[in-house]
Design a protein around this ligand. Structure first.
Ligand SMILES: Cc1cc2nc3c(=O)[nH]c(=O)nc-3n(C[C@H](O)[C@H](O)[C@H](O)COP(=O)(O)OP(=O)(O)OC[C@H]3O[C@@H](n4cnc5c(N)ncnc54)[C@H](O)[C@@H]3O)c2cc1C
Length: 256
């Protein structure tokens, strides 16, 4: 028993064991194009549907187009079929197609799993655009400004960047200060999709870890086959955990 590998340039390699570290599907131009999953699948492994993670979101809201290039610090929670996720803080970047920035990358996995794996359509982001002020405090401030006779475009001056003050001008033309405060503290963006593999940092999904010995990373299905790195259904948050897992698991697989 053993393995025989044939490379595209015709070279052959044989051995008694093999470590498969083909990576995920992100940034296919770097070489990890999902072919590791095909190899594992051809050897009998179950592949949990890979979806892009840590990825910008596609949002059809005129605000995004209007504010493209603008960054603010915000807080958001996913809303998937009415179920609200944990709050995430960070930088929100408005783009031509929707939203990006560290906040979006950090919240994107639960959204990508819902849209791209479970085919759920009812997905949105509940966004607090002014997280550094309590709603009551914002309401009082806006009411005072309203009483002072500030114009709608000046109602948010000093609270949000100028471009946003102009973008929310209509909100103050239509709503009273307390309703406007409530909207700014809970702005809902309907999410229609995620950007694709060329813009995702990680892959969520991959070879089912139940089929791998956690001590040695040897396949439970094929003797001598070891699996390590992003080809496995393991992924962590941003912050070096994925690279850390790739290196550590490659080391462990190589010990046997
Ligand atoms: C833009 C970007 C930013 C990232 N930032 C971070 C970060 O800040 N922190 C972090 O922890 N992680 C980050 N990651 C993720 C991290 O890079 C991966 O988790 C890690 O590289 C996975 O290592 P790996 O060895 O399993 O796979 P990869 O690094 O993808 O390596 C797989 C290798 O296998 C080769 N290969 C694939 N298929 C075949 C085949 N059929 N035949 C021959 N060779 C093949 C590929 O060419 C590639 O060299 C980022 C990823 C991207 C794309």
């Amino acid at each position: 028993t053993g393995f025989s590998l044939g490379a595209a340039d015709g070279k052959q390699q044989t051995g008694h064991s093999l470590i498969l570290t083909g990576g995920g599907s992100t940034y296919p131009s770097f070489g990890s194009d999902g072919s590791g999953y095909k190899l594992a699948s051809s050897l009998g492994h179950r592949i949990i549907k890979p979806v892009p993670s840590t990825v910008p979101l596609v949002v059809k809201d005129p605000l995004c187009h209007l504010l493209q290039g603008q960054r603010i610090i915000a807080r958001a929670q996913s809303r998937i079929q009415g179920k609200i996720g944990n709050p995430v803080d960070g930088e929100l970047l408005f783009t031509k197609y929707g939203l990006s920035g560290s906040l979006i990358l950090d919240i994107s996995q639960e959204i990508s799993l819902a849209i791209n794996r479970l085919n759920i359509k009812d997905v949105s982001l509940e966004t607090d655009l002014i997280p550094f002020m309590e709603q009551k405090q914002l309401e009082t401030e806006l009411t005072n400004r309203h009483k002072m006779g500030l114009t709608p475009e000046d109602m948010l001056t000093g609270i949000l960047p100028g471009k946003l003050c102009l973008a929310f001008k209509q909100l103050f033309e239509k709503e009273n200060p307390s309703k406007a405060a409530a909207k700014l503290k809970n702005w809902r963006f309907e999410v229609s999709g995620t950007r694709g593999w060329n813009e995702a940092e990680f892959t969520a999904g991959g070879i089912d870890t139940k089929e791998v010995d956690p001590q040695t990373l040897e396949s439970k299905l094929v003797k001598g086959l070891y699996l390590a790195g992003e080809v496995l259904d393991v992924n962590g948050k941003r912050g070096g955990y994925n690279l850390g897992f790739a290196w550590a698991s490659g080391y462990v697989a190589g010990l046997s």
